[in-house]
Design a protein around this ligand. Sequence first.
Ligand code: ATP
Length: 192
Amino acid sequence: MRISVEHLGKSYHGTPVLRDVTFTAGPGITCVMAPSGVGKTTLLRLLLGLETPDEGSVRLPENCRWAAVFQEDRLLEHLDAWGNLHLIGTRQGEARAAAMLAELGLAETAERPVREYSGGMRRRLALIRALLAPSDALALDEPFSGLDDENRAVCRAVLQRETVGKPVLLVTHDEDDAAGLDARIIRLAPAR
Ligand SMILES: Nc1ncnc2c1ncn2[C@@H]1O[C@H](COP(=O)(O)OP(=O)(O)OP(=O)(O)O)[C@@H](O)[C@H]1O
């Protein structure tokens, strides 16, 4: 599957955020890099259909299913890790979910409510949820934020392994993420 973005433009209150953004992304990881405020999150929101473009278009296969990690974790606080994962229909994939929880260091705490998790634990669980959700493509907004180097490296390896054959758009500020992944890089330029 291929994502095609053509001459995309978006403004808020008359101020351009994205201007004439064009690229295609096929299977594999594409890192979207730019300084803060240059529209990386806006680009992901346009891809996901959460915003409409002012100019240009996003072309996706019909019925494309996205899985996402947003900047905020969007987990259900009162549920434990298993409860959060079951909500996206992982009951058939219990063994895979258990393996991923163990690999990302969440096996011991998987039955504790998420409200007791640290920021890094939440981030890892949000990533596992996105990887286990039925999807054709992934949109990940700073998925490794708040993680130490060791956890970042494990997360990068799991992400690379679990998304073979799918387009992954990954927003990051961190050059090490792009270097540590087998990824293509798109650099957004300021629109103004
Ligand atoms: N819904 C909105 N209404 C008005 N302005 C918005 C809206 N969403 C984003 N913006 C503005 O658009 C610009 C780009 O925001 P965006 O979140 O896409 O940047 P970013 O590159 O992801 O930033 P960061 O790296 O800090 O997360 C910012 O100036 C922001 O204030």
